[in-house]
Design a protein around this ligand. Structure first.
Ligand SMILES: [Zn+2]
Length: 122
């Protein structure tokens, strides 16, 4: 599943960065993620729970900030942000219906993984 492979690379990145220097439990994992990278917040949280088991991140709280994508309508000029789950993430060029005029609009932004930070319990 998309969520799981994405989560695996996030966890890999974090554990690689922390290396062996970490002894105390990690309290919080904070990260930003593009709205089009994931299906929904709950599905990503679920992936975190499943994949962090047995790692230094087990039991940590995931603080997820979703970077919104937006649509800019070519017909009426309407712009609006869209969140996770509002566009088809499997589509390389997702289109969303304009809420104003109903025309299909290309989605802009909403990709990428932002800075990943951890808080350590000490
Ligand atoms: Zn429109």
């Amino acid at each position: 599943m998309h969520e799981y492979s994405l989560m695996d690379s996030v966890l890999e990145h974090v554990t690689e960065k922390l290396g062996d220097s970490i002894t105390a439990p990690i309290r919080t994992l904070r990260m930003r993620i593009g709205a089009l990278e994931i299906h929904s917040r709950p599905s990503f949280e679920q992936a975190f729970e499943a994949r962090s088991k047995g790692t230094v991140l087990e039991g940590a709280t995931l603080e997820l900030e979703i970077i919104p994508a937006k649509i800019v309508c070519g017909s009426c000029g309407h712009q609006s942000p869209i969140g996770a789950g509002e566009a088809d993430v499997h589509d390389p060029e997702p289109m969303v219906e304009c809420p104003k005029c109903g025309k299909a609009c290309p989605v802009e932004g909403g990709y990428g993984v932002g800075p990943i930070e951890v808080d350590v319990d000490d």
